[in-house]
Design a binder for this molecule. Structure first.
Ligand code: E4P
Length: 217
């Protein structure tokens, strides 16, 4: 399972990269705005800074909603750095754009996936990744994990190469559950990665080991 961090915060990206377990970064316009990154030039510069900070794919989202606009923006983003993956929304022109980029061997991440049908369509169009938003589905009392399960079954039935990128992860339980049903990638906040290492019995066990070592020395 690949681990992506879902943030535009450089310190957090560097911290996750420093752990040695990071495979990539996902961003979106809301995450960029949260870091105060506004204006096309600053946004492009920030993507470059993220690419420098991490080894792996960096999803950069287009903000156009028409085919021509998505192509223009996506090509500009892809030309920026070899690690950039063009993030395209699940809309009709987005499907066309996925096919266009797939034919040009440019990596894509189809975002805002909330149904198995959307994931099937994105795979047919040649998306590199699909991003089902599991946390947002849970928020409306619909099983996010159930959707990952459905997409896994469908992709395996037809050997689709599109990777399932479980997005909108909120906590470690989401990560573990997604790993159990075979999501290829998870993307979540730094806490969803770092908290995986925590267990009170690990802490108390280590404290006891250190205490006993001191007694004997
Ligand atoms: C995915 O690529 C999105 O950036 C993200 O996971 C959305 O998560 P949220 O529901 O926490 O905003």
């Amino acid at each position: 399972m690949k681990f992506f961090i879902d943030t535009a915060n450089l310190d957090q990206i560097k911290e996750a990269q420093g752990l040695g377990v990071l495979d990539g970064v996902t961003t979106n316009p809301s995450l960029m705005a949260k870091e105060g990154i506004t204006g096309r030039e600053n946004i492009l510069k920030h993507y470059l800074d993220i690419c420098e900070a991490v080894n792996g794919d960096v999803s950069a989202e287009v903000i156009s909603v028409d085919f021509e606009g998505m192509i223009k923006e996506g090509e500009e983003l892809a030309a920026l750095h070899s690690q950039i993956v063009v993030k395209i929304p699940m809309i009709k022109d987005g499907i066309k754009a996925l096919k266009y980029f797939s034919d040009k061997n440019i990596k894509t991440n189809c975002t805002l996936i909330f149904s198995a049908g959307q994931a099937l369509l994105a795979a047919k169009a040649g998306a590199t990744y699909v991003s089902p938003f599991i946390g947002r589905l849970d928020d409306i009392s619909t099983s996010g994990l159930g959707l990952i399960d459905e997409i896994r079954l469908i992709y395996d039935n037809y050997d689709f190469e599109t990777e399932i990128l479980a997005a909108s992860i909120r906590h470690t339980m989401h990560v573990i559950d997604c790993a159990k049903v075979g999501a290829d990638v998870m993307t979540g906040p730094l806490s969803s990665i770092v908290d995986l290492l925590k267990h009170p019995l690990t802490d108390s066990g280590l404290a006891k080991f250190l205490e006993d070592y001191k007694k004997g020395n």
